[in-house]
Design a binder for this molecule. Sequence first.
Ligand code: C2E
Ligand code: CA
Length: 609
Amino acid sequence: MPPSAHILIYVIMGTTALQVLLFIIKKRLAPKQPVAAHIQQQLDLTRRALDAAPVAMGMVDLHGRLTFANQALITLWGYGQAGDMQDKALVDFFLDPVEVIAGMQALKKNRAWQAEIAATHHDGSRFQIEVHAHPLPGHDGKPLGFTAHFTDPTERRKVEQKLRKLAYYDSLTDLPNRIMLQDRMNLALGHAARLGESVILFTLDLDNFKQINESLGHAKGDAILRQLATRLGKTIGQGDTLVRWGGDEFVLLLTGYQDEAAIAREARRILDSVSEHPFELDGSEVFTSASMGIALFPRDGEEQETLLKHAETALYEAKKHGGNVYQFFSEPLQQKIVALHQMDVNLRRALRQEEFFLAYQPQMDLRTGRPVGIEALVRWMHPQLGLISPAQFIPLAEESGLIRPLGKWILRTACREAMSWWNAGRPSLRLAVNFSTQQFRQTDMLAEIESVLQETGFPAHLLELEITESAFLENMADAIEVLVDLKTRGIQIAIDDFGTGYSSLSYLKNFPIDRIKIAQTFVRDIPADPEDMAIVDAIIAMATRLGLELVAEGVEMPEQMQFLRECGCHIMQGFHFAKPMPAAQMADFLCRSWPMQSTDGAQASLHCP
Ligand code: C2E
Ligand code: CA
């Protein structure tokens, strides 16, 4: 029988029982009348139904005597049969008569009575029971007595405990969760405020949890989180709190530290506990590390929310330093974050309001004296702040993800403007567009490039993407695949700022790269720095051997040009030749680069209209 059917039967029987019980009471109170046979039958049935019910139930008259006890109630109190209990005063079954009498008085005033009280078992032993009693009104509304049922409070407590656990604890690690943290923080902050003490809030998260999850699977990721919870639990003191905030982020609430040096030592100790030993996963071992943000009460905030926000801010900053690092919150840090946020808002507006434009810098071939390529460099003309350098806003655009729409705008604009030069008769040169690592890892990058090429009509073989070595850092195999795809479409690849990033050179021979750009850092101090000169010389020799083309960046002085030339690099870019210039000026520059001797001997430009 389905459970709903049971419920229905109990309800029906319950209703009948109540009617019959009312009848019994009336009978006890009213003069005796002959009972019809079918009523007797119903009475028996009801009695049996009440005895079969798993709930202990009883009835009490207005004098406080137990007039009815079902089988469950008799068993609960350890008596043999109903007669053993019946007609006895209710108070006799409980330890505290005062409480029972108070309950009876409430019932007499037509109020329900519910309480957990100590009861006395038939054998004299004591047990806790929960009473749920209600007045039983007669037809005239006056109370006839009371009905009561009794439940075991330990069951309720177990359920409550279970619910509490679900609400306040994290099911994966069994640690308190963020709701519990609120309670603990309330207590800790209130206590510290009264005693003039400080509270330390650490926020901690793993440095490479995303990769662990992706490469090893979520089950192993969960196993690491469980081990991490145990490990962190061992590092903290008895009165301290460790909470799983969510994902791989944990919050530690510590008290009793006075100076920053001691807090820093504690932070280091906790971070070391994560990084110094491997996590065990079915026989294999995984090493990982964590980063930590620190906020102090009351120095960094007096409210829970502020402290948590500031510890998060510090964690965010710590993350930028490559992992296994802790960072204290500070006012300058806050100002920096606010400024970054403001910059992000401004950048988004700038993209909408077309405050960006492109500057172009030629790459000169010294053997012909003419440009062979043009690099597009983005500029931001802020309505109030004036010109802002890409070195300032590109990293932020990368961080916020805005680099994607901005990158697409740059590519489209560069292709469109270059096409307008070619269409106006300028020679078609290679167009180099800077591509950030984030753009390079974009799954729809190729489709996006193709759509821009199609839209602008720019030929793929004249497009060069300048990428930095960091694009290959995370996944070499994926990077090769993308590069091969680009090459198949005829797009050229240059490694920007060569020598400043990734240390392995093996990619140079494995990857389909067209040219490398010698970073400005190495060119800047030529001819003063013999070490930079040795590095530049070695880069040129290596690239030449590998059949890669070279472009030297940041050439400002004739001595630099001379040295590079002697080493075998003939293509250069830098202020010595031309500074980056707006599109219209670039069109003129291209004209001037191809002078033609006219019939009357005057100079004219071959490609200019
Ligand atoms: P980069 O790709 O290394 O660009 C070369 C930078 O050197 C440019 O700075 C250029 O103006 C500057 N430069 C060129 N010749 C000389 C010289 O002789 N002396 C000196 N001191 N500097 C020279 P810019 O335009 O400020 O760009 C800075 C960086 O911002 C770029 O470095 C590049 O990493 C990034 N960037 C610029 N435009 C874009 C873009 O459109 N997309 C992306 N993703 N990044 C860009
Ligand atoms: Ca570049």
